[in-house]
Write a protein that binds this ligand. Structure first.
Ligand code: BDR
Ligand code: CA
Length: 321
């Protein structure tokens, strides 16, 4: 039986890859998507999600637009990494799928609570929508099997010397989610920076089908931006590693730790303080990543893109007949 999942995201190149992996791999069943402001404004991240769904010909997954900014801070975006549109690097189709009139946090909560079995929630952006949903619908937690989120770092970071983007943007929301008492896997930037699609693999996509060709352009842009900013040799597909870990838990190695978020520090806003040696005596609240099976992860990603290529080719042939 496929694992029911719900993705809350801010597409974003790697968020797009998370959506694509979830749509293509039969081990998971994507129930819905909510978007949040993060990599770009709320308007752009939602539009990007709709464009991604349109690209792969997906019309059956509800899309909800969520928060336009963090719980109590001004929005910080990542145009330097994802471009002005939030998905620069290739021409994506104009969105043809509708956006639900139901607000993101409500859509997330009602979709999960309305499903017959407990759902895995996969947040790949700032945690604003998730925090709002847990606050507004307290019974939601009972319907969540686990949260598998991309965010934070043990030793690595990417937006300040000690903070990863998703946690930095809305640290209060992240703190609320970490304290919620829901089973939690935290996929950190320490390992996602190693979950790299290299230049050769990206180049190979350019000679693939209709989805792969678009993804090739987007990944080229994303790899270049990551090289310029961090010296990373390829495209770190941070967010899709969460979905891969739901499909195949062995793709990551985790350790049970206590994790808290710095919300007040003068220089340390959004730092995830991971007690990997148990020195604080605080009880573990998350399984935190320490390693990734990169080859297995990239193989899953490549396989997903091929599946979507075939799906879209079939749709196009059907339309022409
Ligand atoms: C995270 O920040 C965003 O830019 C990416 O989409 C990912 O979710 C990586 O730190
Ligand atoms: Ca993201």
């Amino acid at each position: 039986m496929a694992i029911p999942v719900f993705i809350d995201c801010d597409p974003g190149h790697d968020d797009m890859m998370a959506i694509m992996l979830a749509l293509a791999n039969p081990a998971v069943h994507l129930l819905g998507i909510s978007t949040v402001a993060g990599n770009q404004t709320g308007e752009r991240t939602c539009r990007n999600a709709a464009r991604v769904l349109t690209l792969v010909g997906e019309t059956g997954v509800p899309l909800f637009r969520g928060a336009d900014g963090p719980l109590c801070r001004p929005l910080v975006t990542a145009g330097d990494i994802h471009g002005d549109s939030g998905l620069d690097g290739a021409a994506l189709p104009e969105p043809l799928v509708p956006v639900s009139p139901v607000p993101g946090a409500q859509g997330l909560a009602e979709t999960i609570m309305g499903h017959g079995e407990a759902v895995t929630l996969i947040p790949t952006g700032p945690l604003t929508n998730v925090a709002l949903a847990l606050r507004g619908w307290p019974q939601l937690r009972e319907h969540i099997r686990e949260i598998v989120l991309m965010g934070g770092g043990v030793q690595d970071s990417n937006v300040t010397p000690v903070a990863e983007f998703n946690i930095y943007v809305d640290p209060e929301a992240a703190a609320a989610v970490l304290q919620a008492g829901i089973p939690l896997r935290v996929v950190t930037v320490d390992v996602t920076n190693r979950a790299i699609m290299d230049y050769q693999q990206i180049a190979s996509l350019a000679s693939g089908g209709p989805v792969s060709r678009v993804v090739a352009g987007l990944m080229q842009f994303f790899a270049r931006a990551n090289h310029n900013a961090f010296g990373i040799p390829g495209a770190p597909i941070h967010d899709a590693l969460t979905v891969a870990a739901v499909i195949d838990p062995t793709v990551i190695t985790t350790r049970s730790c206590n994790v808290v978020v710095e919300t007040r520090g003068e220089y340390t806003r959004g730092c995830t303080v991971v007690d990997r040696y148990g020195v604080t005596g605080r009880p573990p609240n998350a399984d935190v990543t320490f390693d990734v099976d990169r080859d297995r992860f990239i193989a899953l990603m490549m396989e997903a893109l091929k599946t979507l290529d075939v799906r879209v080719q079939d749709l196009q042939t059907g339309v022409e007949q």
